[in-house]
Design a protein around this ligand. Structure first.
Ligand SMILES: [Ca+2]
Length: 452
């Protein structure tokens, strides 16, 4: 009788639109497990549900059962992008301006695992790590499996990997499978406490090698085969979570560390059109990446958001969902998307900031202004970025220039004392300077003013 009455209430409420069908499941935990899947060199054109040219049924299923963002911006290269998503801070603050900035990155930065630790999270890093300084454990990860370099698949490229400080021979195993097995072992051992995993996949970084599923062996097929294998690994992870009864307790996040790389960018179209730019540049294609949040029973299913988000947003999002505080005395640039993860409107960003080396821009929904003062009309993005003449009398353009310049003035990336240039020429000059310093100094002439 009681059950029938409750059933009637639920039906009536649904009928009158009083209950959201996306309301959290009764057994949804307050703190989700978080698995952050960071694919490598994967832009929107690699993913089917973004209108991409490749079939990705498992990733598409995550989007169908969750919420995907259409305007997520990563830094255009691997190292800076990873520093940003792990610290929640822009490059001019962390010092990780380029892929060669490991020596400049401040080792007192605080990464996600240290933020989640006080909330009882156990944490692991899996996969690529090479551009960042120190070992994952030194940033607070409880366990890790990392390899050296990028895009590693077989022992012919890299003989060993490192697991919790120990060198392990890869042998004839396939590294992405080894990473998957480490991940599953970690979550199985820790299934009774909240966990966070930074899962940095090998795919789709070059050098493209055959996968265990490769059948044709034709070089031209390798890219699509690897894209399919990346998707298969995501599907295998979802299946394992279901087997462990962890699916409802786990937030899966799928994204890419930068846009599609040169060589594949022309192939990775969106709705059959090439997007502007590619990995490594400050056009849309350098930074625009897929972003899917999927926490069954909590994240609305099939929702597509136009909200702007950038790679600083993950740390505050995870901190809020984990019920823990942000680091004190540290400027966090990210805006939490926890509300959107739960299906609420939240307070979406009005702009995102993007930087690589000594170049940067700020972008809002319709316009983009670079650090050198070039304004772009982004109404045709991601396919067209239309430069606006500096003397344009268009009121909307003039107003955008003022608005976005005010953001750049406030961030002041060039004025930050810790901004360092790190071009090849700079590094050569620094080496020369250090060499000079090491040379034994000649005795000062007696008449030198300094000697007095
Ligand atoms: Ca990358």
């Amino acid at each position: 009788m009681k059950a029938n009455f409750l059933s009637f209430l639920a039906t009536a409420a649904l009928g009158f639109g009083l209950v959201s069908i996306n309301a959290p499941a009764a057994d949804a935990p307050a703190k989700p497990n978080i698995i952050f899947i960071l694919s490598d060199d994967v832009g929107m054109g690699n993913i089917g549900c973004y209108g991409g040219a490749f079939k990705t049924p498992n990733i598409d299923a995550l989007a169908a059962g969750g919420t995907r963002f259409e305007h997520c911006f990563a830094n255009p290269l691997c190292g800076p992008s990873r520093a940003t998503c792990l610290t929640g801070r822009y490059l001019f603050r962390t010092g990780m301006l380029t892929n060669q900035s490991a020596r400049e990155m401040h080792t007192n930065e605080i990464m996600v695992p240290k933020v989640l630790k006080p909330a009882g999270y156990v944490t692991a890093q899996v996969g690529k790590w090479n551009q960042l300084p120190l070992q994952p454990s030194e940033w607070g990860f409880d366990e890790y499996l990392r390899f050296q370099g990028s895009g590693k698949y077989w022992a012919s490229q890299e003989k060993n990997y490192t697991q919790n400080g120990k060198t392990v021979e890869l042998g004839d195993r396939y590294l992405p499978d080894v990473m998957h097995e480490f991940l599953i072992d970690f979550i199985t051992r820790h299934k009774d406490q909240p966990f966070y995993v930074h899962y940095a996949m090998s795919q789709m970084h070059t050098q493209m090698m055959g996968t265990p599923d490769t059948t044709t062996g034709r070089k031209g097929d390798l890219y699509a085969e690897n894209n399919a294998y990346m998707d298969k690994l995501v599907g295998r992870l979802v299946a394992e979570l279901e087997k462990l009864h962890l699916r409802e307790k786990t937030l899966l996040v799928f994204t890419g560390d930068n846009g599609t790389a040169r060589g594949a960018a022309a192939e990775a179209t969106v709705e059959d059109k090439a997007i502007s730019g590619k990995k490594g540049d400050l056009l849309e294609g350098g930074s625009l990446v897929p972003l899917i949040f999927n926490w069954p029973g909590v994240t609305p299913a099939g929702k597509v958001l136009k909200d702007l988000t950038d790679f600083t947003d993950f740390l505050p999002t995870f901190a809020e969902l984990g019920g823990t505080k942000l680091p004190e005395g540290v400027t966090i640039d990210g805006h939490s998307c926890a509300a959107q993860v739960k299906g609420e409107k939240g307070t979406p960003r009005e702009w995102i900031y993007m930087q690589l080396g000594q170049q940067w821009y700020v972008r809002d929904a319709g316009w983009k202004l670079t650090g050198t003062g070039a304004l772009f009309d982004m109404s045709g993005a991601p396919f067209v970025e239309k430069v606006v003449a500096s003397d344009s009398s268009d009121e909307a353009a003039k107003s955008a220039r003022v608005r976005l310049q005010a953001v750049l003035d406030q961030l002041n990336p060039s004025g930050m004392s810790k901004v360092v240039s790190n071009t090849k020429a700079d590094r050569k000059a620094k080496r020369r300077e250090n060499k000079e310093k090491r040379k034994p100094k000649a005795a000062e002439p007696a008449t030198s003013p300094e000697a007095k």
